[in-house]
Design a binder for this molecule. Structure first.
Ligand code: GTP
Length: 597
């Protein structure tokens, strides 16, 4: 296809504003797939994504479109994730295309994530076409939302396209806008091959699949290619495009987007943002590389049943094959035995991985308190990174601690502003900015990441009845008065519940945790003290009283089958618990105890 007839674009939207529905419509209306093949929300392929309604792995599809002017165009859509944890994936896939559709729900308006993603598009020099979706709904207010796009984002919305991805109104106008308002890609056909490695993932049949965008030259089946970062050479055994199923073709030219396979074993051998060229005829300059995504939240994953450790290792290794942004190393804990310390891009990423282990590999897990990376400045002038509160060194050698801070942007209707400010204040936030756009406020806070990773987003949603939107970026490290708080159950420290907290908030947090644990831990035959402590000093304490009777006592020893049944039930329940000394702690306790109300 000549460059003038190619358009590459992505769709920027806030969660639920209709990105997937619109993408499905664009694909469907051009007969890229038949109705029969059309699954709901075809772009989100993983089950978990579908359930949660979020898009994680960037995907792509090639659409053939005959425009009103009678010309045939090839439109390449790259799907981008909508959640803050995956900001890095958004920014890199934006570099592979020239334009974006900015989809805004015309009954809702601009949200924080829309803003964050649209800035990635602006940074990548995109032409941006605003699309006002859901105009079939009575609450749609296109004029207001168009005005808001201009006020808040600062892009021209006078020619915003009015669409209902549900009924199909405006879909053809959208396709025409892609053809006429977005620029064609640039590139030189007879130059040495220069291709961008946009993404890669593991497929159990084909091995690693590499998504590429050709800048210059031609990539053909059978070519020997070189990855410019590490110089590795591979033989290309397949080239193809997504329509949206994989279709093999012979070659990809300038401006085109497609995939290659080259017997690459692991996703880790492909660096996103790398430049791919030919082994012999090398292009003169590599594309500006991307910074790799760094894990920011760490937690331990342990099997409830220690016999499942090898299964857990297997599961984690398989998942890591397909997700280079997730890190892991073996960890041992006195109480939990063998497990893994894992690093994630954010809490959602953590939850996705944890859920997949539980569901796809059927392993019951204990997840320890999520922690951010602290910088420990030692008295001897060195600095150490602390990924796990359990590794906190002896305080006599520590000079001071620093914690990561973020800049959080929250958009919220006026009515809830007070609650949002209170929440941010409670989480040690420092207000940076407060502005209004219509009846919505935009607040910017400097917050400790540690106060955000656990349940900030849930709390924010609940205090604003779901009307607030939130986005953040890391801004750096700052010193503060942080201490390690331990939890002791029956006088034994439970490492998995150790957390780093701010000294001024330790009592409140400790009290809340022991109170919760008192409700979560079942009674035993003896009294159990539950304590929170800093260093050797107990700062909060509760006592779980002893159980009065044995569950089977009321069976008078007579009904043997009933007694057996009850014991079996107990045993099954026990499987979900973990023994600490003489005390059984249920799995839920580890997470629930950490949630703050
Ligand atoms: P994520 O995949 O979570 O980022 O969401 P999304 O932006 O892809 O939204 P999705 O396409 O899943 O749509 C969200 C909801 O809005 C779904 O229930 C859709 O059926 C609905 N929806 C999408 N477009 C329209 C529309 O034009 N009109 C109406 N009434 N509903 C729509």
């Amino acid at each position: 296809t000549p460059l003038s007839h190619i358009r590459n674009f992505s769709i920027v939207a806030h969660i639920d504003h209709g990105k997937s529905t619109l993408a499905d419509r664009l694909i469907q209306s051009t007969n890229t797939v038949s109705e029969r093949e059309m699954k709901e929300q075809m772009l989100d392929s993983m089950d978990i994504e579908r359930e949660r309604g979020i898009t994680i792995k960037a995907q792509t599809v090639r659409i053939n479109y005959t425009a009103r002017n009678g010309e045939d165009y090839v439109l390449n859509l790259i799907d981008t994730p909508g959640h803050v944890d995956f900001a890095y994936e958004v920014s890199r896939s934006m570099r592979a295309v020239e334009g974006s559709l900015l989809v805004v729900d015309s009954t809702q308006g601009v949200e924080a994530q829309t803003l964050a993603n649209v800035y990635h598009a602006i940074e990548a020099d995109h032409e941006i076409v605003p699309v006002l979706n859901k105009i079939d709904l009575p609450a749609a207010d296109c004029d207001r939302v168009a005005e808001q796009i201009e006020d808040v984002i600062g892009i021209d919305a006078s020619e915003a396209i009015r669409v209902s991805a549900k009924t199909g109104v405006g879909i053809e106008d959208t396709l025409e806008a892609i053809v006429h308002r977005l620029p064609a890609p640039k590139g030189t056909l007879d130059a040495p091959l220069k291709a961008m490695l946009v993404d890669s993932w593991y497929d159990s049949y084909l091995g690693v699949i590499v998504l590429v965008r050709i800048m210059d030259g031609v990539l053909k089946k059978g070519d020997r290619i070189r990855m410019m970062q590490n110089g590795s050479v591979h033989h290309v055994d397949r080239i193809g495009v997504f329509r949206p199923g994989m279709v093999e073709i012979d070659a990809l030219g300038p401006g085109e987007i497609g995939f290659l396979t080259a017997s690459i074993k692991q996703v880790r051998d492909t660096r996103v943002g790398d430049t791919i060229t030919h082994e012999k005829k090398v292009c003169d300059k590599a594309l500006p590389g991307f910074k790799p995504s760094q894990p920011v939240v760490f937690c331990g994953l342990f099997p409830v049943d220690s016999a499942e450790f090898e299964d857990l290792r297997d599961a984690i290794e398989k998942l890591a094959l397909n997700d280079a942004s997730f890190s892991f190393e073996m960890e041992t804990s006195a109480a939990l035995g063998f497990g893994f310390r894992c690093g994630f891009l954010g809490l959602l990423h953590l939850e996705v991985i944890r859920d997949r282990i539980v569901r796809e590999y059927d392993i019951d897990l204990i997840t320890t308190a999520p922690s951010v990376i602290y910088h420990i400045h030692m008295k001897d002038g060195t600095m150490r990174e602390l990924h796990n509160p359990a590794d906190m060194p002896d305080l006599t050698h520590v000079d001071h601690l620093e914690e990561p801070r973020i800049k959080a942007t929250i958009l919220v209707p006026d009515d809830y502003l007070g609650d949002v400010l209170k929440l941010c204040q409670d989480r040690r936030g420092i207000q940076q900015d407060l502005t209004y756009a219509g009846s919505r406020a935009m607040v910017v806070y400097d917050l400790p990441l540690n106060e955000v990773v656990f349940d900030f987003y849930d709390r924010l949603k609940s205090v604003t009845k779901g009307y607030a939107s939130f986005d953040y970026q890391m801004i750096g490290y700052r010193q503060d008065n942080l201490v390690k708080m331990q939890i002791l159950v029956n006088d034994e420290p439970v490492d998995a519940l150790s957390t780093m907290v701010h000294r001024d908030r330790a009592e409140t947090r400790g009290r809340a945790m022991v109170e919760k644990l008192k409700d979560l831990i079942p009674r035993h035959m003896f009294k159990i003290p539950i304590q929170a402590a800093i260093g050797g000093k107990v700062i909060a304490r509760e006592t779980l009283s002893a159980m009065r009777k044995d569950v089977t006592a009321k069976c008078y020893g007579g009904d043997a089958t009933r007694k057996k049944k009850l014991l079996e039930k107990q045993k099954a329940g026990k499987k979900k618990m973990r023994q600490f000394g003489k005390v059984d702690i249920p799995q839920e306790a580890f997470i629930s105890a950490l949630k703050m109300d």
